[in-house]
Structure formats: C-alpha cells, structure tokens
Design a protein around this ligand. Sequence first.
Ligand SMILES: CC(=O)N[C@H]1[C@@H](OP(=O)(O)OP(=O)(O)OC[C@H]2O[C@@H](n3ccc(=O)[nH]c3=O)[C@H](O)[C@@H]2O)O[C@H](CO)[C@@H](O)[C@@H]1O
Ligand SMILES: C=C(OP(=O)(O)O)C(=O)O
Length: 446
Amino acid sequence: MDKIIVHGGTRLSGRVKVSGAKNAVLPIIAAALLAGTGKSVIHDVPALDDVHTIGNVLTALGAEATYDNGILEVDATRVNKTETPYELIRKMRASFLVMGPLLARFGNARVSLPGGCAIGTRPIDQHLKGFEAMGAHIEIGQGFIDASVKGRLQGTKIYLDIASVGATENIMMAATLAEGTTIIENAAQEPEIVDLANYLNAMGAKVRGAGTGTIKIEGVEQLFGAVHTVIPDRIEAGTFMIAAAITRGDIYIEGAISDHLRPVIAKLREMGVIIKEDENGIHVTATGKLKAVDVKTLPHPGFPTDMQSQFMALLMTSDGSSIVSETVFENRFMHVDEFKRMGAKIKIEGRSAVVQGNQKLQGAEVTATDLRAGAALILVGLVSEGKTEVGGLHHIDRGYVDLTGKLRSLGATITRLSEEAEKKEAQEATAENTSSNVIKLRTSYA
Ligand SMILES: CC(=O)N[C@H]1[C@@H](OP(=O)(O)OP(=O)(O)OC[C@H]2O[C@@H](n3ccc(=O)[nH]c3=O)[C@H](O)[C@@H]2O)O[C@H](CO)[C@@H](O)[C@@H]1O
Ligand SMILES: C=C(OP(=O)(O)O)C(=O)O
C-alpha cells in the first residue's frame, strides 16, 4: 500500500490553488443523467477517485462520458439501464444519488443499498421518504432498493426530519421532472446544494430557494445537457487554512470563497489566526501561541463535520484545552486513536472530545480511518518531531487532488511512497545494514 511520509517542523508559506468541490461535483454528475438530450460540459472537475467512480456508474448505465484536463463531458441520451450494482455503490456512498434522477427520468431505479461506513451508519430513510411522498413505490430486498412510479412523480411538500445534504439533493433532482411543484422543508443549505440547483436550472429546471431551508421545485417535462463550472472545494480550502495555522505559516489560498467558510474563519480568528479575505481567495497567517476554542459541528451554516478532524489537529497545538463536539455523525472520532499514537492527549466523552493543547507531538506510523482523518494526520505530521508515515491513502485519494504535491509546493517535507518504492527502500535499507555490519565485523577482526 502507498504511504505518505511527512517530516515535521517546517513553517508553510506560499500560494496554493483550490480544486473543484468533490461534494458539489458528485451530485452534479448524477444530475447529468436527467438530460434526455444534449451534452453536459462540466468544468473544474477534480481528478479524484470518487469522480472516477461516479463516472463509471454513469457509463455502466449507458451514458457516454469523457474526462480531459478538468473538463467532464457527459451525454446521457442513450442511458438504457436503471440498475446500479453494489460494486460501485460500495466504493462511494454518493453513488446513491443516481436514484433520484433515474426514477424521475425513467420511472424506475434499482440501486444497491449503501452500507454503513467508518463515520456512522448513514441511513437513507429521508431520501426514500421523499420519493414515496412523490408517489414512488419502494421495495427493499436482497441488498437492493427498487423504486418505481406509474407515470410521473408527483410534486408535493416534503419535510425532512434531518437537514440531510444527500436527501435534499436526491429529492431536488427527482422533483425537477415531476408533475407539479415540490417543496422541500428543513432542506440542507450547504453551498453544494446551491451549485447543484444552478446546474439543474441551466439544464432547464425551475429550482428556487436553494441555500435556504425551503426549496421549491416546479417540475418540467424535459431537461437538456448544460455547461457548468463547479464551485471551489471549501473543505480542501479549509484544510489548507489549518495547514497555515498549525505550522504558524503564511498561505494564500487561491479560489477559496470566504462565504462558504464562515464558521471556519470565525473559529480561526477566535484563536488568533490572521485571516484576510478578498475576491480571489483567503490569506491565512499565524504566529506564536493560539488560543484554545470549543467547536461543535452542525449542518451548514454551522461548523462543518468535514473540518472536525483537521481542526482538532490544530487544537492540539493551541494554548489550553478545548471541547470538540460532533453532532452530525455518530462515529467521527476514529482519528483520535491515531492522534494518540503521535502523543495527543484527548479524552472522548460521548459525542465530545476534550483536547489538551500544547502537546508535544511525535511522528509515528498511522492510518487514515476516513478521508478527512487522513488529511488531519498529515497536518499533525507537519508539526510533529521526526517522521510520520500515513497509510490508508485510498481514503485521502477520494477527496484531495495531489495533497502531497500541493503541500510540498508550500515548503512541506512530504513525499508519497508507492508500494514498489517502499519495497525497494526497505531492501536498500536491509542491504545497507548488512554491509555496515560486515564493516563492523571486519573492523573487529582487524
Ligand atoms: C458526497 C457528500 O456530499 N458528502 C457530504 C454529505 O454527506 P451525506 O449527504 O451523506 O450527509 P447527510 O447530510 O445526509 O447526513 C447528515 C446526518 O443525517 C443522517 N441521515 C442522512 C440521511 C438520511 O436519510 N437519514 C439520516 O439519518 C446521517 O446519518 C448523518 O448523521 O454531507 C455530510 C454532512 O455535511 C458531509 O460530511 C459529507 O462529506
Ligand atoms: C464524509 C465525506 O464524504 P462522503 O460523504 O463522500 O463519504 C467527506 O467528504 O468528508
């Protein structure tokens, strides 16, 4: 397995460009299935494993998709299947987002039930509740969900028990081709929802209110391929903001949109980090001691759960103790045990973690337990004494474009070691040890 090797101790500085948002592009690619005619041309598509996976889902359904240099072209005209196998859903839960578009366009969809994952059980009851309210018949069996509707889905009012991002997106997509108007109440308000609505509207949909708690979708008869540029990844941007703060560095994050990062900016400022916002990005500078602060994750516009582990990494270097509360996912503290391997002093009490600041951190061999945990371990490695080896990179590759290269360009001592290179290095080290033993033995004989 590949590994990332980080040597801590460098203050990062320079400029880094944010890629397109993973969590925006995945629903957008699923939504491309809604176009009965015409090609969609999607710009700023990040080269991520997750994008590859959802691309494979689309082609497995019969769509044509090509990716070149950040531009994804999708022609869904000839889609002729409505079944998505477990093999593809298993790799990435967001594949489940094809259900709404398939059901709306073809009147049926058979999608494998997504399993649980490291951060929580992640049920899909709110997605299904929405489809049922719109007239779909749902059957669950043998690991699949079958959804079907006679004629078109019917517009209706749907109140979500939880402001779920995925459920809001799936229902919003389904509603675009429904008969009549659908109103989603207690809708998720994440910037990625707004980006999806913008793409849907470019396709000919009539979606209003995205970004607020109430979204209205007036159904139309047909949608067409459209041109769209994906928003910058606020979580990637936030991760680089933490990289600047944790190394007491100075980084300009090009493309970061301040309005998408309000809670992260507010918390960093509370700690004493200097943040300057302009229309092209965010400039983050930190020096000396940073104040400990408490953090509680919440749906947008609250503090994002996808920044929780990275922020916890920073709090380990702050002056004092902090409480980090995770309210979105029930099992998103898996990184804590890995942090402890690096010398962290953190105590978990239910859904909160008490983090001691001013910790002496030491490099260790650690494993990413989920995508953001992987990024957080690298952040800790940047300020730990000695060498940190991070494994489990398949998680990181799902959501960060060339994280190693981008951090290296900011001055970090970081490399990615492929499995083969690692084997070669181990062989060379063994050979070196053997030869130095030989010399020692010879010396002792002399
Ligand atoms: C691809 C993508 O965009 N992923 C993001 C999306 O995931 P995702 O869309 O899966 O997250 P949700 O907003 O749906 O989940 C939030 C909470 O609601 C629960 N829930 C969700 C749906 C449902 O039907 N029933 C239910 O109980 C979940 O278990 C979780 O505890 O939003 C999360 C919350 O910001 C982020 O961490 C993920 O990075
Ligand atoms: C949890 C995440 O993603 P996903 O919903 O794709 O698992 C994430 O991006 O941190």
